[in-house]
Design a protein around this ligand. Structure first.
Ligand SMILES: *[C@@H]1O[C@H](CO)[C@@H](O)[C@H](O)[C@H]1NC(C)=O
Ligand SMILES: *[C@@H]1O[C@H](CO)[C@@H](O)[C@H](O)[C@H]1NC(C)=O
Length: 191
């Protein structure tokens, strides 16, 4: 009796182990392409995720910063997304659970959290850090190019004025020489 009871117990343990392993392999996984994203002001950021789980999960993207906490979008994977009103114009949700935010501003810097919830209630979350940067470098470049273009334009206009002035003087002199007969020139000399 006793050995049989032990082997039964061992079998139960093995079964339990197999159950645990199956459960483990069925767990939700969220792989993010990049944990930190840097994007310029007015640019866009793609929060790319690869989700594996059982059934059709619910996806929820949230934004956290020092001053606020805001839900961005919620949807059943493959279904239509419910996007929060303040993000409606600039958020695009993708069938694979990824999210794109465009027209970024400095206030968009912070933590973006994705929560994947299976119908059974299991859930998992992962976060991505977004830092939005000002486009100072491009500003400086833009100003430098403007200055060079305006400078070149000024030099060109000055050159044109100088040439026109020369041309005008030349034509005036030439016309004077043609209009005045040679003898009058000598007559006028005493004046
Ligand atoms: C998810 O879909 C978007 C849009 O189609 C794509 O850009 C992105 O690379 C995808 N991400 C993964 C991890 O497949
Ligand atoms: C979308 O989300 C808002 C707020 O989270 C909720 O009040 C509304 O019922 C949702 N709409 C749908 C169609 O799920």
């Amino acid at each position: 009796m006793r050995p049989a009871w032990i082997s039964l117990s061992q079998n139960t343990q093995i079964l339990y182990l197999i159950f645990c392993l199956c459960h483990y392999t069925q767990a939700i996984t969220i792989q993010v392409a990049r944990n930190t994203i840097t994007a310029p002001v007015q640019g866009s950021a793609l929060f790319s995720v690869d989700i594996t789980c059982t059934g059709t999960p619910e996806i929820r993207w949230m934004f956290y910063s020092v001053s606020e906490q805001q839900s961005i979008a919620t949807w059943m994977l493959g279904g239509a997304a419910n996007v929060t009103q303040m993000y409606e114009r600039r958020v695009e949700t993708h069938p694979n659970g990824s999210l794109t935010i465009s027209d970024l501003c400095l206030q968009d810097s912070g933590y973006y959290t994705i929560t994947v919830t299976e119908t059974s209630g299991n859930s998992k979350d992962t976060h991505v850090v977004l830092s939005v940067t000002e486009v100072l470098y491009e500003d400086i470049q833009y100003i430098a190019v403007s200055v060079i273009v305006l400078g070149a334009l000024a030099v060109f206009l000055m050159l044109c004025t100088w040439l026109l002035n020369k041309l005008y003087n030349f034509i005036k002199a030439w016309r004077q020489r043609r209009c005045l007969p040679e003898h009058t020139e000598t007559e006028l000399q005493p004046l």
